[in-house]
Design a protein around this ligand. Structure first.
Ligand SMILES: [Fe+2]
Ligand SMILES: [Fe+2]
Length: 320
């Protein structure tokens, strides 16, 4: 066991992840085989990218920590990131922003609101569906805010101070028992679900991998800081109301208070965070670096689009 609770590398989902994960586990890897292998479908590419990013977060029990900066792995990561970013950008149309930024941003988010899992949980979901949803949400909620933490040293003074104000809350304002990822872990345990990071990785659909990979892509590349903060702002701006719906659905189904408490925390916190993230973090970012405006909207679009696609996949699977 490492210094943080971590899991084994996931199950491969195709040709690339098969040779890649084998090479990451062994002490005598054949990097040439890895570099010669293409992903044979998108799910294969996404799980490979997720595992490569994870080396920069908590790592894996069965992978040497030193591989975080292995040149061949960075080469594979780059080969996966380039088509992934291109595909995300292809889905996005740059909006014509005429009103002041914050007004335009809130209008944009309202205009791109997609299918809602929280609304389904509030009214219709059964307990098994909610447990399934909570287990796939672990891939983000158990490292909530970590992808935004990469941004801190990359910003001008005003957006840096504002981002830290927001992050201070997300990380518990000095109290480990208020740290959001930890609140979610305690909620999972109260539900009888596993709380170690990555425990459900083999069960999550490709859409969840894409959501998490997009956040890591934006967070780990300084040139994408605008997209990272636009993503954060859209995330916060679409959290408070869905969190209230989640509390009502969990309450309707008799879920434990600890899990309801996690969402309850976000009803009020994110009503504040959305203002902070849009008006102050992104607003002052664009005062300092106005050319990033298109990327701020690109990040916001990606957040909303990926959540809509994830919600669609879950709702369709449940309707089948
Ligand atoms: Fe949070
Ligand atoms: Fe928040």
């Amino acid at each position: 066991m490492g210094y943080l609770p971590s899991v084994l590398i996931p199950k491969p989902r195709g040709a690339l992840s098969d040779v890649l994960f084998e090479a990451m586990r062994t002490s005598t890897p054949s990097w040439d085989d890895v570099l010669d292998t293409e992903p044979d479908h998108d799910d294969d590419a996404q799980i490979a990218l997720w595992a490569l990013y994870e080396l920069h977060y908590r790592g894996f029990e069965d992978v040497d920590d030193d591989l975080e900066w292995q040149p061949e792995l960075l080469q594979v990561r780059r080969a996966l990131e380039q088509p992934f970013e291109a595909r995300l950008r292809d889905r996005f149309d740059v909006p014509d922003v005429t009103s002041p930024f914050a007004d335009a941003f809130f209008d944009y988010v309202a205009g791109h609101d997609g299918r809602s899992l929280a609304a389904f949980v509030q009214r219709d979901a059964d307990a098994d569906q909610v447990r399934e949803l909570l287990s796939v949400r672990t891939i983000y909620h158990l490292k909530e805010s970590d992808p935004s933490a990469w941004l801190v040293p990359r910003l001008a003074v005003a957006p840096q101070a504002a981002l830290m104000e927001l992050q201070y809350d997300e990380y518990g304002a000095g109290d480990p028992n208020r740290l959001h990822a930890h609140l979610f872990a305690r909620g999972l345990e109260a539900c009888g679900l596993r709380s170690e990071y990555g425990a459900y990785i083999d069960d999550v659909p490709s859409e969840v991998l894409e959501q998490n990979n997009a956040m890591s892509l934006f967070g780990l590349h300084r040139r994408l800081r605008g997209a990272a903060l636009g993503h954060l702002a859209a995330f916060e701006a679409t959290s408070s109301l869905p969190s209230r719906r989640m509390t009502q659905g969990l309450d309707r189904l008799g879920f434990p208070a600890e899990m309801i408490g996690y969402y309850d925390e976000h009803v009020e916190a994110d009503a504040v965070h959305e203002q902070l993230a849009v008006r102050v973090v992104c607003g002052t970012l664009l005062d300092a670096e106005p050319t990033l405006v298109d990327d701020v909207f690109f990040g916001a679009f990606t957040c909303l689009d990926l959540e809509d696609r994830f919600a669609g996949a879950m709702l369709e699977a449940w309707a089948a």
